[in-house]
Structures are given as structure tokens and as C-alpha cells.
Design a protein around this ligand. Sequence first.
Ligand SMILES: Nc1ncnc2c1ncn2[C@@H]1O[C@H](COP(=O)(O)OP(=O)(O)OP(=O)(O)O)[C@@H](O)[C@H]1O
Length: 690
Amino acid sequence: MIRKLRTDSRVSSLNVERYQEAADPRVYSIRASQSYRTIGLWPDKGKTMLLLWVDHHDEAYRWAKKKRFTVNPHTHTLHMWSLVEEKETASDSSHSNDRPNYGIFTRYTDRQLLDIGVPKELIPIIKSIQTPQQLDSRKEELPEEALEALKFLAEDEPYEHVYQFIQEWRAEEQREEVADDAEAFERAITSPASGRRIVVVTSDEQLNEILDQPMEKWRTFLHPSQRSIVEGNYRGPVRVLGGAGTGKTVVAMHRARRLVREVLQPGERLLFTTFNVNLAEAIRQTLGTMCTPSEMGRIDVISIDRLAREIVDRRQVAEIEAVVFDKGQFESIWEEALAEAGWPEEKLSFVLQEYEQVIQYHGVESWPEYRDLSRTGRGSPMTYTDRERMWTAVQHYRTQVRDLGWYEFTDILRLARKWVEAHPGEEVYRSAVADEVQDFHPEGLKLIRALVPKRDNDLLLCGDAHQRIYSRYVTLSQCGIDIRGQRSKRLRINYRTTEEIRTEAMQALQGHDWDDLDGGKDEGKDISLLSGNPPERHHFGTEEEERTFLVEKIRKLTEQGVHTGEIAVLVRKNKMVETIKAALEEAEIPTVTMTSRYQKADEGISCGTMHRSKGLEFRAVFLAGVNRDILPPASRLESCSDEQERMEVEKQERSLLYVAGTRARDQLYVTSHGVPSELWPVGEEVPAEK
Ligand SMILES: Nc1ncnc2c1ncn2[C@@H]1O[C@H](COP(=O)(O)OP(=O)(O)OP(=O)(O)O)[C@@H](O)[C@H]1O
């Protein structure tokens, strides 16, 4: 149909005709098949027809009838909205008070509302809205741009911030006067901001390329705030912050493709790195659908630890017998080290923390470095003698593990980084894109910096401190990554999770500050335009009752048509994964364990730890075992040496719940037994069905 239309819109089989009953006289109907109609918008004298909707005959006409299309003179974008009666909102008696009709947007002037994209005709309705819920009930009637801005205002975001957010990506748009409706329309649909939902097809090749793409690509039109990051040219590193589901990975992938297409010179390569192996694999697969094989051939998609290991092996930097994941394996060596330093065994937890969070964090390799290092921010102060003892212990430990050929990942990152620094030009990328940066070790970031020489469009780093689930604070500037002014970006629209889930997951984070990965604060708020059911909270007396509920609920979901591959059960501890899997399998519900090699499959309930859920998404998510002694784990709290450490543990566990909860697209269930954890907001408890 599109091809025919592009050739000749008068072809009789298409039956292109004005839809007389439409509120907008420029609305046309086009015959897509016997029973399907396409709705198009075509201004008089216009060169371009905009195809808007395809549906069954009657539904298509119903959809089109009340729709209005205007070019907002202030934002220069094409807006689609519906004019509906004012009465429903204005007369909502449940919110009547002494000041009838005092709405949440009354304090803004008409001009301010126009400037954020509200159509003139809708201003009275907007001003009569009294609650965020009423705004939600109007969302189908508003242009998306205006809805986003109003949702931020409804969250008490200052007007200037909201305006600024819109303005940032609007700056490049044309603002000259236009001759007529057709010209205004033509400009609006080709304006960068319209690119979030309109593709202007100008050649058959382009059309073929679009039609060849998988369906999910049709759903991802970059938001202008995302697109401006993808297409921007920067004189140095760019940092992209954004809460869960705001499209950081999407932006990172589009940026990688654009750099390969437009910035890399022949022979140059791009590094795309992320936190772990399964995330890297998922990104490689998606990028593979976006890029040609030859473009993919120029991108190395690899987790940061694996990258370091490959460099160390390829360059024969060290003989590695084993990489040690479980710090418990080192415990006996540390006990000997403590004895060597003349410290009692009770000091073990402190020494381990000091090693991890001070010595390894700062890459300390000699006594003078350690002696002179500032420990600001670490809870317990240390005397000079304590430092000497600590260093004695460290030396013992390091000698022992080196003799065995054992390395921690941090050591491997450092070895790789030092080799790259010592051999300039031998391991080089033109650019690097990194995702999940909040959990990178500083040594990983220094390695990236060492691999990519400083120049324009060199680094793009995406991350979110709210989602930091390993105790690694990063300050990009301390890793040689210098972010300035316009090169710091924040995404604010959540595309994954409903507003109900997002809000509740955010409550799990309350009471803590969140950093911007560079020593400052991240105070940005997000919104979601999606709405749905609130998360359900179910509490049980015993673990068995909780499991029975999970099995029954999952069975019901699958009976309602939710594919098993779209459901995940996430827990805090590995042990619980096994018991839940066993219960599901006993009920003949297929499962998949989320191991380090896990990739989302079509079949099988994904069962795994909350840590493994990083970066993933599912239609329905169960957070199980959200009990007081599990979140935070009693053992973690007990091993803390001071109050500050306890606070840090709690903060991390809250982040873990935030990460796990925001994996849910449509529905989230939070279950517990015994005593429920206080970290997840109480919400409304739903009694278990008998
Ligand atoms: N402009 C867009 N239009 C439609 N969908 C989008 C858009 N941007 C992102 N998405 C979708 O939103 C979801 C979340 O995106 P993505 O994984 O990139 O977010 P994220 O910020 O990396 O999330 P997290 O930090 O939680 O891992 C994905 O399903 C993605 O396809």
C-alpha cells in the first residue's frame, strides 16, 4: 500500500478519500485491504501524507473521528490530540474543597502551558485538572510532549527545569515564520523533535530498510532527548544518567552505531563495554539487528572484566592460575596475614573492607602511597601504627596469592590498564561506549580511559547510582574522565515500567542521597507515561505458603496468556532460587536458571538472584523472600564494623530492590514470609486468595 501510495495516490484500489466525519478536515482514509483502513493526514497543497493509524474499518474511523492535528507555534512540532468535553474533570466531586476548580496547573500562565506544548484549545481543561490521577485519565487526549511536561509539573518539578528539559533538544529547530498550513506541516514533520514518532520516507530503499526491520524496532523511536545524545558531537567524554528504564542502553547502542557509521575512520575500532558477560551478549545480539555485519565487525562488545583478561592473556602480562570470585577462598590467607601483623581475628572484617575499599579501590601498590593516602569518607579512623600493620598484612596476603597465581578481578583490571598505559598505541580504540558504569570498578574506568586516546567523541558513559549494587563508588574525574557542562546528560522518561511500579520502587530508595558518578548529586526525577496495576504485596506465615502462592499465581498468569519467558522470580539468595525452581517444576511449569551465561528465552520462568536481573526486563516480576533478615541479609549487617558501613549496606540493598523491582514492565508482585523487610514500601497488602 505504501509503495502504491508513493507512486500515485489516485490509484483507484487505494480509495484515498477525505473522511468527512473527522474533526480535522485534513484526515483521509486509505484502503489497506478489504476490511482494513489506514488513516492519513494530508494538508491541502501538501507534498507529504502522514500515515497515522491502521485498523479494522470501523475502529479506524472511530479512532480518527475526534483527533486534531496542530503545529504548535511554540514548539514547532506536530501535535496529535483530541478535543473532549470539559465536564468530567471539572466536576470531579471527590476532590472538591474550599477552592473549587483550583487545579494543579492553575498557577501556570497560558503562555507557560503553550510553551511546553499544550494546545491552546486544551488549556481550560488542563487548568481544571485537580490531581495527577485526573491527568493520567486524560493522557490519550494530550500531545505526548505536553503530557510529559505536565507529568513533571504534577511531580512538583519547577517550571524552569521542565522548560529547560524541553528546550535542550529544541534548540536546533527552525523558528522562522512559515507561509501556510502545508509548509508548517512539512516543517513540523521533518523537525528533529518530531523524529520521536515520525519517519519521513523519501526513497524506496529507505522504505525497504524500514520494512525489513523487526517489529520491536518500530516501537523504539528515540525521544528527542535521547536522539540529541546519539547525534551530538562532543569535544570529550559524555556522561548519561537516568533512572531504570529511561533508555540508557538504547541510547548507548544507537550512539555506537552512529559512531561506527559517521565518525570512525577506516581501520578504527569501537569498544562497547558493560558490566557482565550476559549483558554484553544481550547487547551484541541487539546491536547485530541494528548494524550491518561489516559495522559489527568494527565493534568489540565485551564485558569490562573479560576485556581486561583478554589483554592480560594476549600480552602475557601475568600467569593467571585462577580468578577468585569468592573472597571466602582467601580467608585463611587473610587470617595468617592478620597474625603476621599482630592483629586479632576479630579485625578480619575491617581488614577486608580496608583492602577492598581503600587499597584496591585506589590501586595502592606501595607503602608510601598507602601511608599518605587520604581515607576521608571511611568510617573508622586509623593511627599510623594501624596503617603499618595493615600494610604488613597486605604484603603477606599479596605475596601468598601471587605465589599461587590467584588474582582478583580488580588485579586483572589494573594489570591490563598498566600494560596499556606502558605501551601507547598498541591497544587502541577510537571511541568507547560503556553501560552500567555505576558498578564499574575505578580500575575498569581507568582501563577504558587508557584504551581510548583523548579527543572529540571519545567516550560515552551511561549509568545510574540508584542502581549501584556493588560497593563501588566512582568519581569519573578521578579516573581521568573529564565531564564538563553540556557533556553531562540526564534521561528522564521511563519507557519500561508503569508509573505505579516506578513510584513504588523509588520509595524503596527513600532516605538516601544519590550521586552523579562524579562527586555531585543526582537529583533528577523520572516519569513514566505508562500506567497499569499497582504492585501487589503478599505476606505469608511460612516459606511454604509463599511458594504455594507463587506457583498458583504464575500458573494463573500463564493461563491468562503470559508466556513463561516473560515472567521472572527474583530472590536475594541463591538457595531460594533452587527451592522455587523445584516447586515450579513439580507443578510442571518450565524454568530457566539465571546463571552467568543466562540469556532471556521464550520458554521458562526465569529464576535467579536480584543481582542477576541487572539490565533485563520481563512482563511480570515476582520479588520473593522480601523478609526482614534477608533484605538486608542479617549476616551482612553483622559483619559491618561501624554504623557508616551498616548504612552503606542498607543503601545497597535498597538499590538492589529498586533494580529488581524495575525489571517489571506490567506487573510486580512482592512476597515475603516470617517478618517482612522494611526496605520495600509497605504499599497495600493484598490478602492471599484462598
Ligand atoms: N524512545 C523509546 N521508545 C520506546 N521504547 C523505548 C525508548 N527508549 C527505550 N525504550 C525501551 O525502554 C526499555 C528500557 O530501555 P533501556 O534498557 O535502554 O533502559 P535503561 O535506562 O538502560 O534501563 P536500566 O538502567 O534499568 O537497565 C526497553 O524496553 C527499551 O526498548
